[in-house]
Design a protein around this ligand. Structure first.
Ligand SMILES: Nc1ncnc2c1ncn2[C@@H]1O[C@H](COP(=O)(O)OP(=O)(O)OP(=O)(O)O)[C@@H](O)[C@H]1O
Ligand SMILES: [Mg+2]
Length: 273
C-alpha cells in the first residue's frame, strides 16, 4: 500500500505499561482520511497515552501504529511532518499576542510569509479582532481556539486534539466544535479524545470507547445506539436541559439573546412531547 492510499491512522495490538500498570492492552483501530474519530474513556483510561504514542512522544511496548502509512516507531520524522498535536493543556504563550504566537510557530517551522499564515488562521478562528491583544487577556475559549489554530500552521493532514473542550463553558465548546467541523470539511483527519459523550455525538463520524486497556466498541453513533435494546415509547413532558436554558439565555453565537427569544426557546422544548 502506498502512503497515499493508507488510512490516516492505523493501530494494531498497541500495548503500553507504566511499571506494573498495564494501561494499553492491545488497542486496535483505524481512522479514515478526512474523518473525525472520537476516543472516549474515563479518567485514566489511557487516552493521552495513546495520543502520545501516535504523535511519537512515547514508545509503545508492543504493537504497531501508522500515520499516513508511516510507522510511528521507525519513521518518526515522516510522522511528525504529517501531524500536529494540541495537548490537554493549552500551550500558548501568555505574554505574546495571538498573532505573535502564530507568527512564532510559522517561523519555527521555516514557512514563508508567517504574517499571512497568521492572519489567515486568525480569520478562520474568529480571532482577528483580538489578534493584537496579549493572550493573558483571552477567555478560555479564545485561548483554546488559538491553541488549535497554532497546531494548524503548516497544514498537517492529521491532527490530534486531546480533550479540546475540557473546562470550557457551553458557548466556548460550541465555538471549538465549529472549528473542528471546519477542519474536517477541509479534509483534515481529526482524532479527538474526550470524556464528554455529547461532544462525541456532536462531532464524530466514528466513536471508540477505550476501557480497561482495550477498545470495547467502535462504530458510528447509530451503530452504537443499536447496541442497546430498542427504545421504549414513553409519554413524558420533555423539560429543557440546563444547557438548553443556558444557551437560550446567553445565545449560542455569543450574542445575548432577548428574554422573549429565551422564553420561546424554553416553550418550544416543553412542547416537544
Ligand atoms: N508517565 C507516567 N508514569 C506512570 N503512570 C502514568 C504516566 N502517565 C500516565 N500514567 C498512568 O496511566 C494511566 C493512563 O493515563 P492517561 O493520561 O493516558 O489517561 P487519560 O485517559 O488521558 O486520562 P484523563 O481523562 O484523566 O486525561 C493513568 O492511571 C495514569 O496515572
Ligand atoms: Mg488525558
Amino acid at each position: 500500500m502506498t502512503a497515499q492510499q493508507a488510512p490516516a491512522i492505523h493501530v494494531r495490538g498497541l500495548e503500553k505499561s507504566y511499571r506494573e500498570l498495564r494501561v494499553l492492552r492491545g488497542v486496535d483501530f483505524t481512522v479514515a482520511r478526512g474523518s473525525i474519530f472520537a476516543l472516549l474513556g474515563s479518567n485514566g483510561a489511557g487516552k493521552t497515552t495513546a495520543v502520545k504514542i501516535l504523535s511519537t512522544l512515547l514508545k509503545a511496548d508492543a504493537g504497531t501504529a501508522r500515520i499516513n502509512g508511516f510507522d510511528v516507531a521507525t519513521q518518526a520524522v515522516d510522522v511528525r511532518e504529517s501531524i500536529s498535536l494540541t495537548g490537554q493543556f493549552a500551550a500558548v504563550d501568555e505574554i505574546l499576542s495571538g498573532r505573535e504566537n502564530l507568527v512564532l510557530v510559522a517561523r519555527l517551522r521555516h514557512l514563508k510569509n508567517p504574517g499571512m499564515i497568521a492572519d489567515d488562521l486568525l480569520e478562520r478562528f474568529s480571532l482577528t479582532d483580538a489578534a493584537a491583544r496579549k493572550v493573558s487577556t483571552y477567555s478560555g475559549g479564545m485561548r483554546r481556539r488559538l491553541d488549535i489554530a497554532m497546531s494548524l500552521v503548516g497544514n498537517p493532514s492529521v491532527i490530534f486534539l486531546d480533550e479540546p473542550t475540557t473546562g470550557l463553558d457551553p458557548q466556548a465548546r460550541i465555538e471549538v466544535w465549529q472549528a473542528v467541523r471546519e477542519l474536517a470539511a477541509q479534509g483534515t483527519t481529526v482524532l479527538l479524545t474526550t470524556q464528554y459523550l455529547d461532544e462525541a455525538e456532536q462531532l464524530a463520524d466514528r466513536i471508540a470507547i477505550l476501557h480497561e486497556g482495550r477498545i470495547i466498541v467502535n462504530g458510528t453513533l447509530t451503530e452504537l445506539k443499536q447496541l442497546l435494546p430498542p427504545a421504549k415509547v414513553e409519554y413524558v413532558e420533555k423539560q429543557p436541559t440546563l444547557e438548553d436554558v443556558f444557551l437560550a439565555l446567553v445565545g449560542a453565537d455569543g450574542k445575548k439573546a432577548t428574554p422573549a427569544m429565551a422564553a420561546t426557546s424554553a416553550r418550544t422544548s416543553k412542547e416537544q412531547r
